[in-house]
Design a protein around this ligand. Sequence first.
Ligand code: AMP
Length: 601
Amino acid sequence: MYILVINCGSSSLKADVIDTINKKTVIELDAERLPLTPIIQINNESVAYNNKLELDAILLFCLEQIKQRLEGKIIEGIGHRVVHGGDYYSQPILIDAVVEQAIEELCALAPLHNPANLLGIRKAQEVFEGVHNIAVFDTAFHQTLPNRAKQYAIDKELIKKYNIKRYGFHGTSHKYIAERVGTYLKQDIKHLRIVSCHLGNGASACAIEFGRSIETSMGMTPMEGLVMGTRSGDIDAGIVSFLQNKENWSTQQTEDFLNKKSGLAGLSGLSNDMRDILQKASEGNEDARTAIQVFTHRLTKYIGAYAALMGGIDVLVFTGGIGENSVEIRNRVCQRLDFLGITLDDDKNKSTKLTNEKDVSNISDENARVKILAIKTDEQFAIALEAQKIVLEKNKVNCIPKIPIAISARHVHLCRETLDILYGKDYELTPYKPLSQPGQYAANETVTIIGPRNKIENVRILGPLRSKDQVEISKTDEFFLGVDAPVRESGNTAGSPGIIIEGKNGTTTIKEGVIVAWRHIHMHPTDAAIFGVQDQDVVSVDVDDKERPLTFKNVLIRVSDKFKLEMHIDTDEGNAAEIKTGEEGYLMKTEKVVSLNMKNV
Ligand code: AMP
């Protein structure tokens, strides 16, 4: 399948025709210094442009040039990199009028990027009439950030009024990296804690816990976090007002200072290019040395912090121009991380040369607990794959069966040893009533769960027994008990908090197992085939035949031949949505914006 991938910025355009089956770029267009002094190259050959020096006209020209070179190849989809998807999109989406409107409204949050992205979409629609356009959002992968990571500690009314929160960027790259780690290590990323460091001219780190982004260094804008080519990254907000006062800067001047004149360029006074800075540092330039030290210090700090948040780290990845190529930066960053099990093999690090064919290099010491990988990221290819997925699936879902919804009350699953302690040796649970999932039942037996703050009595045990203990509670329970439970898929309890459980005959403390269940849909493989989804897909579910229609986003698909079609939400979610067990929802092909209320932004 041929997919055209368009990354349209305000001063540059990258447009590639990608053969997704053979992972080959068949036409590559790069245009820079737009619109006033355009330099256009197609397949590394310069192309003359003698028309109006306006972005519109240049984009049309470039896309026409691609069209003329297709030689009979059919473009089946056009994937667009769109920087900001706000709160609306946690997945790529087929572009229609509503999506266009949403991207337009989100220009307020990404004034440097979304307007140009939108222009690219509109010009592609003009040149490639009738071809599906798909938006792939930089922010989408980070929609899974827990609230505590998304929130800035500022006035909540202003947060609401302007949608101020940490959205994170580089999501397409971090997601691609996580998946590449999985295929390279032949391990399911659901069992890995990955820190991905995308170090290019823009730079960000991402903590990927069991496949989901749970923290990332960029925030509401791509300015927060690591030291970048020309961006400051983290800075005391007090400095901003201080400088505005002292230098009499306008908002625009302040923005330019932080976005374009800071980072490596600001610190070194030389260049935003790490290659130049490394060279000058080796020649004795003190400013270049400082720039390198601040860059690596900040990154090491983030890696340590992310390891702390995930309760450990299994894989550390370096990617982006600097991460893929700089032996020295990788070495400096890892230097003091031995205590986490991050130990570099100097020879492997030195000899790493990533290419399209050898896109991953394992540079960790063979005895190191943590795998350190240098991986060549490929955002264009990742966008092509996402677009292809939507093209292939566009006719499959959005149709047919409704999904019954059930409310899951708090409950516990126990293992043999724990039940022995709570109810006596070899005690057998007695079924109270069968549950909808075949073979499962609610038992007559209950326990009391005791947290640091409060206890909850009469929590039902669900049978049959499992290999490990799991306590599923709601967010309200979490705060009532005083524990800090992560939102997780059932069975995935690693690193979750423990709790005291009291039974009829005894009491025990489980070391881990308290989770808030990730809302999910159980499906038999036959259902999955009908809906055109797979195990672990994340979808949206619409419940629209209500007085107040609503959409549940971020719903996990779980497929097994032991499952029966049913969506599970917890009591908090059920109460908030005014849903009772037995109501039904529709699976959405991709997320749709139900209402746009960002006019104030
Ligand atoms: P990207 O934005 O991912 O294309 O990365 C661009 C940045 O990668 C450039 O600004 C350089 O600073 C950096 N880079 C590329 N090659 C090297 C290298 N061999 N050593 C250090 N930095 C490099």
